[in-house]
Structures are given as C-alpha cells and as structure tokens.
Design a protein around this ligand. Structure first.
Ligand SMILES: Nc1nc2c(ncn2[C@@H]2O[C@H](COP(=O)(O)OP(=O)(O)OP(=O)(O)O)[C@@H](O)[C@H]2O)c(=O)[nH]1
Ligand SMILES: [Mg+2]
Ligand SMILES: [Zn+2]
Length: 363
C-alpha cells in the first residue's frame, strides 16, 4: 500500500470499533476468496499482484463513500431510532429507513440528509450538532460514542432502594453533560419504595447536590413528581440516561402511557436491571416534547476530558481554587490547596472530592 493510501487507511480504520473492523475484514477476505477462485491457475502475474487484505478493506470503505455520494439529497430529518445496521429518520409525519455506513457516525437526535440507495436510503450528511452527550466506545476507548445529539436536557435517572442509589454516576454524568453543552436534570425515581428504614440513608447520598442541580424526586409507579417533571421538560428534547433498571422507560411511559414501552425487571440477587432497552428511540409527545429512551449503562466513561481541565467541571470547587498556592494546582498532593482545605472544613462534599480523585486516576 502506498504512503498516501496507508494514511487514508489508518484514518478510516481508527474511526471503527473492534466489531466493525472484524466484520469489514471478514467481508474483505470473502472478496479476496471470490476473486482468487475466479482466477485461472496459469495467471501467475495476477496472483503475484493480488491485493493485500488491508487494500481490499480500503477499497470497500472508499466504495461505500462514493456510493453514498452519488447524487443530491432527496430528504432530511431527525434520527429517531438507531439499530445496529439501520436507523429511522423522521421528517414531519413520515419515517425513512436509512442504512448506516462507515462514513458517517450517526447518533440519535442527529439531523441528517439522505437519498435513495439500492433498496434502502443512504445518509449523505450529518448536520453539525448543537449539543452532545458522549462517552468513549466500550470496545475501543479511542472512538467517541455519541449517546444523543442536539438535546436540550439530559435527564439522569437514578433509583432509590432497588437498585439502590449510586451517587458516583451522577458526578460522572455531570462532567460529561457540562462538556457536551446540554442542561441536566436529576430524576430520583422509585420514591414509592421509601420507608422509615431506608429513606434517610438514601437521601443522605443526595445531600451534596442540594442547590447544585435541578432535582426531582419521582415515581413512575405512584406518579409522584411526574407532573413537575413534565413541566420542566415541556417543549424540550431530552435524553433519559442511567443504570439499567432505574426506570427510564417506565418514566417515559408515565408521561405517555400509550407509548407502552417494554420495561424490565430488577434481578433479586444483585439489585441490578436486566438491560431491557437495547436501542435508543426518540419519542415525540404532544406540545413538542421529545423524550429519548436510551439503553441502561453498566458504567459511564468520560470522553475528551483531561486532567488539567477536570476541576472546571466541579463548579463548587471554583470559589476555593482561588486560594490555592499554585495556579496549576491539581488539588491532590499540593500544599496550601484551597479545595482540599474546603473539603476538610466541610464546605465541599468529601464524596464529590473522592469522585474527582477517582476520575483523575483514570485520565
Ligand atoms: N417500585 C417502583 N418500581 C419501578 C418504578 N419505575 C420503574 N420500576 C420498575 O423497575 C423495573 C425496571 O424499569 P425499566 O423502566 O425497565 O428500567 P430502565 O431504566 O428502562 O432499564 P433498562 O432499559 O434496562 O436500562 C421494572 O420492573 C419497573 O416496573 C417506580 O417508580 N417504582
Ligand atoms: Mg429501558
Ligand atoms: Zn488546589
């Protein structure tokens, strides 16, 4: 492969995850087998010059690109459903199925142009995104996975009691949401499960967020807090995210029972959800409210955050950073650190500071 080709090859390949690469190489080796079978045995010259697997991979990638760009767009709309191979694009009342290709990485909420291609449609262009919620791809940490695009609000759903409240994921989402430009609402779901023995323990975990976040205590079961949440989300495009089993789909059903989204169960042993929702869907409600249901996550990694910038995403550190002795203080080992001092004096939550340190060790 020539240098220039190698460069294009590396570039294109680095944007694929392990699974996509595997599939591509499988296809390439099939293509190679087919062409080799077609060749006559005496045709030594061709055999010697036969393409490497990498070259076939590049050829397949470029073929896809040129096929996708064979004419002007015939339609545009918003991606409202995303599956493994196709997505659905809504334009007004009509839905168009489009094939996913390696040229464009498409996210739910994206605004795209498309045109007919073969027996389906090809995406020609993804419009620039106003906001995103991103994380690193689980299989390939160098690839950005956009969980939702062009959202006004990310509703981080946590549950109390079953599964019990995990506050650390709130901190991680807070960082990613600020980075991506959307607003955040924290929905504390399943408050119908509160009783005298667990209420205080669970609410204590939320204390650090008092006054820092818009927080709604709610229950899709008893409908507590649902009206309040409805008012907050009115007319906005919102993505519901969080661990599996916390009740993201149930909450969306509570807003609009006729959606009847499949909901799952919480396993007895581990108190975890069972990953019921497997693909993202944007549901259009009356009044222009759009709610995106996303699959539950096991953990939430951070995309495009560096160690030097992390403290910016902990807004309560701000007033204390001013008194750090060193301007580039990392608030870890330095003497006379305003943030560490504030933690000690109880002005900054120890739990939030611990999350800060924990995230830092992974950056
Ligand atoms: N008691 C109680 N149970 C709830 C509430 N909301 C949801 N559940 C139950 O919690 C379980 C999981 O709900 P889902 O809505 O499927 O959770 P999810 O967050 O969409 O889960 P994934 O799709 O796996 O990410 C179901 O058994 C629901 O009935 C609630 O407010 N109170
Ligand atoms: Mg769900
Ligand atoms: Zn400091």
């Amino acid at each position: 492969m020539q240098k220039e080709q190698q460069k294009i090859f590396n570039e294109r390949l680095s944007s694929l995850d392990t699974n996509e690469r595997k599939k591509l190489y499988k296809r390439a080796s099939m293509v190679r087998k087919l062409t080799q079978n077609k060749r006559k045995p005496q045709d030594d010259e061709t055999v010697r010059k036969s393409k490497s697997l990498d070259e076939i991979v590049l050829q397949l990638l470029l073929q896809e690109e040129s096929e996708a760009a064979t004419g002007p767009a015939t339609g545009h709309g918003t991606v409202v459903w995303l599956g493994p191979k196709t997505c659905q694009v809504r334009s007004g009342a009509s839905i168009t199925e489009c094939a996913l290709n390696r040229l464009h990485s498409v996210a739910i909420g994206d605004r795209v142009n498309f045109r007919p291609h073969g027996d389906t449609n090809a995406i020609l262009q993804v419009m620039p995104r106003t906001t995103v919620l991103s994380r690193p791809d689980v299989a390939n940490g160098n690839v950005e996975r956009v969980i939702a695009a062009n959202i006004d609000i990310v509703v981080v759903v946590v549950s109390v009691v079953a599964p019990p409240l995990h506050a650390r994921i709130i901190d991680r989402y807070m960082v990613a949401i600020q980075r991506g430009g959307a607003k955040m609402v924290l929905a504390v779901n399943k408050i119908d499960l509160f009783d005298e023995s667990n209420r205080t323990v669970e609410l204590e975990k939320l204390r650090p967020y008092d006054g820092m976040l818009t927080m709604i205590q709610c229950s899709s079961e008893s409908h507590d807090g649902i009206e309040e949440l409805r008012q907050l989300l009115k007319g906005q495009t919102c993505a519901f995210v969080g661990h599996s089993g916390v009740g993201k789909s149930s909450l969306i059903n509570a807003f609009e029972p006729k959606l009847a989204i499949l909901t799952g169960s919480v396993s007895e042993g581990y108190g975890r959800g069972t990953h019921t929702t497997t693909s993202s869907t944007l549901h259009e409600l009356s009044g222009g409210t759009r709610l995106i249901d996303t699959p539950g996550v096991r953990s939430f990694g951070l995309w495009d955050i560096d160690a030097a910038g992390l403290a910016w995403y902990f807004p309560e550190f701000e007033e204390f950073r001013q008194t750090c002795k060193f301007r580039d203080c990392s608030h870890t080992h330095e003497p006379q650190c305003g943030v560490k001092d504030a933690v000690m004096r109880g002005h900054v939550s120890q739990a939030r500071y611990d999350t800060y340190l924990r995230i830092l060790t992974f950056l």
